[in-house]
Design a protein around this ligand. Structure first.
Ligand SMILES: [Zn+2]
Length: 263
């Protein structure tokens, strides 16, 4: 199985990353897609993934939270350009462009939201140019993110930890063929359970979003917890875990083509 979205390059995994990966492998996780939050993190992700290239596939991106009013300054055009240049340079080894998206929960002012949308369009164009999928985030902005990406003509999209209405997700899955990844927090989140129940199996994927969204909110999450998600999803979809995983793995390889190349 594949973890489609994890922040494993963060310093909180520096101490025991090898152990975390060993536990993931023991739980049945073959590959992990590591997302990046800004230019510095993109460099860190590339570096960490080259040290663990048997399991980790890198993304380059800019997290929408970076546009929050709590940050000292919004990302400059120069930083966004540097991220695009890095992606162009590294694209043969990238799994996706991400993490990118819209977050209207953290970003309140219309001015900053406009910058987020402009950046997301630029990232969607970049993904199209490099023929890469998008690893996307939408918080309190599900409908807006779907409309914007649809308007950009985005074809291969993973929406991670989607918190919008399940009806929007189902419509986007049917109209555009996108995937929605379910995190281990599904065991305690009624919203995620509802989303997983509503989406057809052909549009589901797995993510850990490590270090957050674990089964226990007080503990650091890690990819091995995907096993918990699989059990919960098998229950929700009333199917057996082996059949569920076969479909989910196939969905995931269709969107993230580098998984097949590196298999
Ligand atoms: Zn994330």
């Amino acid at each position: 199985m594949y973890d489609c979205h994890a922040h494993l390059a963060l310093p909180e995994f520096d101490r025991d990353r090898t152990e975390v990966l060993r536990r993931a492998r023991e739980a049945g996780v073959e590959k992990i897609i590591v997302v990046a939050e800004d230019h510095a993190d993109s460099l860190r992700v590339l570096n960490v993934c080259s040290r663990h290239h048997d399991m980790l596939l890198p993304c380059v991106g800019l997290h929408p939270d970076r546009f929050s009013e709590d940050e000292p300054a919004a990302p400059s055009r120069e930083e966004i350009e540097a991220i695009c240049d890095l992606a162009r340079q590294q694209h043969p080894r990238l799994a996706a462009i991400g993490e990118v998206g819209l977050d209207y929960w953290r970003v309140k002012s219309e001015e900053r939201r406009k910058m987020q949308r402009r950046c997301l369009r630029q990232m969607a164009d970049l993904a199209a140019e490099l023929d890469l999928p998008l690893n996307a985030h939408a918080r309190s902005a599900g409908h807006h993110a779907i409309e914007l990406l649809a308007d950009c003509g985005a074809r291969r999209v993973l929406m991670h930890a989607f918190d919008g209405r399940a009806g929007y997700a189902v419509e986007a899955a049917r109209r555009f063929g996108w995937l929605f990844s379910i995190p281990p927090s599904v065991v305690r989140s009624r919203q995620k359970q509802k989303l997983a129940r509503a989406l057809p199996l052909a549009h589901l994927a797995l993510e850990s979003d490590s270090p957050v969204l674990g089964p226990d909110p007080s503990a650091r999450n890690e990819p091995a917890n995907l096993a918990v998600t699989v059990r919960c999803l098998a229950d929700l979809k009333q199917t057996n875990p082996a059949d569920l995983l076969r479909i989910i793995d196939c969905n995931t390889r269709n969107v993230f083509r580098s998984l097949s190349m590196s298999a």
